[in-house]
Design a protein around this ligand. Sequence first.
Ligand code: GLA
Length: 386
Amino acid sequence: MNSARTFRAPGRVNLIGEHTDYNLGFVLPIALDLATYIETRSASDNRLHVHSAAKGEDRSWPLESIADAKPAHCWSDYVLGVARELVRAGVEIEPLHLDIRSDVPEGSGLSSSAALEVSSALALLQGRHFSRVEIATLCRRAETDFVKMPCGIMDQFVAVFGHEHAAIRIDCRSLDYRTVELPGNVEIVAVNSMVKHELGASAYRTRVEECGIAVDCIKAFNPQVRSLRDATPEMIEKTPMPRVVTRRARHIVSENLRVELFVSAAEKKNLVRMGELFNESHRSMQHDYEITCDEVDFLVDAAVGISGCFGARMTGGGFGGCTVNLVHPDFVQHFAETISARYRERFGIQPAIIRCIPSEGASEVEQDKRPSFSEKNSTLLHYKGK
Ligand code: GLA
């Protein structure tokens, strides 16, 4: 039997550029040091076996059934969907046991699903060469075609291409990307509202459809527009379309611009401007795209009034999950204590506070460098209150 190997793929926090990826625009995520780890061993039968430590559940499939696999509407679809895409791309999958562990909190907007997809792809490839862009696009296809979630490319892309010490600015049309260094005197702190409203998945689909309607309306007068990436603020305001569609399109067009402004503010180390753009992005998601909820709106309103916080916004798909905050390093503990106390007082919920450390994208992990999960929580500031 071959010896065990371990593969890792990170979660992410998106700094700015929300819902712009499926509109072929710009995003600026960082990969986190919270990640999914898959340990693999050869299997002696002709099957693929998966075990999830978090769920305490096992699944297994005969290898010859994978090409025509159907979703079972549970966690293992992310693994099986990736396996199916790999087989369809001509990869021969070996009989394997996959043992999955993760410290990316689920349903928190930190992209635990892309971390599972990308770590599964590496685990199933077993070190065989495969283009990294192709890994990201294939994992996204697993999510859109198998899991049936019409997401963009951001999460899978940053899980593959994440960088230590930097955010990555992705052009979601060309898939060109570059690293963006963040100023040294700021920390990125995520606050998990610990809520995820059911509405999320269906509202995400509705937003994708509304953006499609906006493109059709604009195209009638501007045939060169292929996606909202190509639209300008004037086009949005001048094109006759349903009021709600105008607001959705306005968020996307203004958010794409904010990504570019944020990148240039970060390069100039202008923290005040970076913070303002965070706040503007949140208001645009709250009022025009309508993907926030009371809990995250409260967290943002509270954050912007705490000393040392430059700006705050919701991150990820929406309807709960995390906010992301730019905080002066000397004020992180004060920030964590104050926001936790206010949130507990208002909603009776203890939020998890996560110090976000930009980390490397997916890779194989040497056996002696595998993390011990009990020690690997240096990024979590589980502030318990006084
Ligand atoms: C989810 C999707 C991403 C992206 C974000 C919103 O995380 O998976 O593709 O659309 O929402 O920015």
